[in-house]
Ligand binder design. Structure first.
Ligand SMILES: [Zn+2]
Length: 410
């Protein structure tokens, strides 16, 4: 048993937090009394460790080896093909491990990774990410989503590989209906994904409408299918960029359906801000989904890192603090309530999308925690400081220190 003494909780209250084994055992003023092993925090901020609910660990860190392309989604997908053909399990494992380790250092201990499943790479990307997840099991919880990046109908053979991926240990069924050639194929793609999810009893986490074309509307197909099958509270839709460009009446209708189907929305501002609206002149669409309207409708919205130095996005370092800051800019989040929403989008919201119940700063939750040398979430977000300490299952897994000296003339 050990304790964090005098930590500031996200709501501003200063309290002690006692950890026993892998769990939070007690929270409260004076709760650390009698505990022999104590970390004196003197009012520093305690947060639950972050969750990255949308990342692609198989593709991370390949950017330097790709040919330059036009910067669009399809340009990036095409540019990755050649590199994907050269993947080995060790190559994918090593890159994924590097980003998992970087993420843990910066306070993220749970990651849900899409992994390409297609006839180019077969199951090799999945094998690589599963190997990295196993090697990092002492510092992070990594789950995988079987993701048909090249489509299901556009890529004959991908459906069989999806079945094999789920049998081989992928946790969640992915999808990308807007990538199919026409509307009937998109609808069939959605149907196939739900069929797999039901057959294997897995949740769904699909790439939905990652395009600036407001006429692309597979989100409604996904919501309709979820409602028709009663598959409620088990679907996450990622990106959802086209909704920003779609007419308002459609947006209102589909957001209401998402709320009814308890669909979570993974908004990935960091990647989509650089990827979408490339052809626009004048008023440029930025590809950020309608965060304010989803939020107003009570839909669970999370922010994901999505990409780390891959064909889609040249930046990213596994920092959900950075993701929260960039997303706050993209979604006009500035008030106190807004900033609390941004914190929720990298903590409680992905936990809800993932169906994780033992999460947060509460008695009985798994002790995945982090302490910042900042007096509040707003200051941690503004200053972008790394967490001083990170714990996973009650064990200290990372420490950071930042040294800065100012040299005056006298
Ligand atoms: Zn993605």
């Amino acid at each position: 048993m050990w304790a964090l003494q005098a930590v500031r909780l996200p709501d501003g209250v200063v309290a002690d937090v006692v950890v026993e084994g892998e769990q939070i055992a007690r929270i409260g003023s004076g709760a650390a009394a009698g505990v022999s092993s104590v970390v004196d925090c003197r009012g520093k901020l305690l947060l639950p460790a972050f969750i990255d609910g949308h990342v692609h660990l198989d593709k991370v860190l390949i950017r330097d080896e790709l040919n330059e392309h036009d910067g669009t989604l399809s340009g990036a997908i095409g540019a990755i093909h050649e590199r994907k053909r050269r993947y080995t399990v060790d190559d994918v494992r090593d890159r994924a491990r590097e980003v998992i380790e970087a993420s843990v250092r910066l306070g993220t201990t749970r990651l849900r990774s899409h992994v390409d499943v297609d006839t180019i790479g077969g199951l090799l990307p999945l094998q690589g990410v599963l190997a990295a997840a196993a090697e990092c099991a002492d510092i992070a919880d990594v789950r995988t989503i079987a993701f048909p990046q090249e489509g299901l109908l556009r890529d004959p053979g991908a459906f069989g590989l999806m079945e094999a991926a789920l049998e081989a240990g992928a946790d969640v069924v992915g999808g990308m209906p807007h990538w199919e050639a026409d509307e009937p194929s998109q609808r069939e793609h959605v149907r196939l994904c739900f069929e797999l999810a039901e057959r294997f009893d897995r949740d769904l986490d699909m790439h939905v409408d990652e395009t600036d074309d407001g006429g692309v509307r597979t989100l409604e197909m996904v919501a309709d299918e979820a409602l028709r099958r009663g598959f409620v509270g088990r679907v996450c839709a990622g990106h959802v960029c086209s909704l920003a460009a779609a007419p308002h009446d459609y947006a209102e209708r589909v957001i209401e359906k998402c709320a009814r189907a308890k669909i979570s929305i993974a908004a990935n501002a960091v990647t989509n801000l650089v990827l979408q609206g490339r052809g626009d002149r004048g008023l440029i669409r930025r590809g950020m989904t309608r965060v304010a309207e989803f939020r107003a409708a009570g839909v669970n919205v999370l922010f994901g890192q999505d990409c780390v130095k891959d064909g889609f996005y040249p930046f990213g370092r596994g920092s959900m603090l950075e993701v929260a800051l960039i997303s706050a800019h993209a979604a006009h989040l500035t008030t106190r309530d807004d900033l609390a929403f941004a914190l929720r989008a990298v903590t409680e919201a992905p936990a809800q999308a993932w169906g994780v119940n033992d999460y947060g700063i509460k008695v009985g939750a798994r002790a995945d925690l982090q302490v910042f040398a900042a007096p509040s979430w707003a200051e941690a977000l503004r200053l972008q400081i790394p967490p001083e300490k990170v714990w996973f299952k009650g064990r200290l897994v990372a420490e950071n220190s930042v040294r800065s000296e100012l040299h005056r003339s006298s």
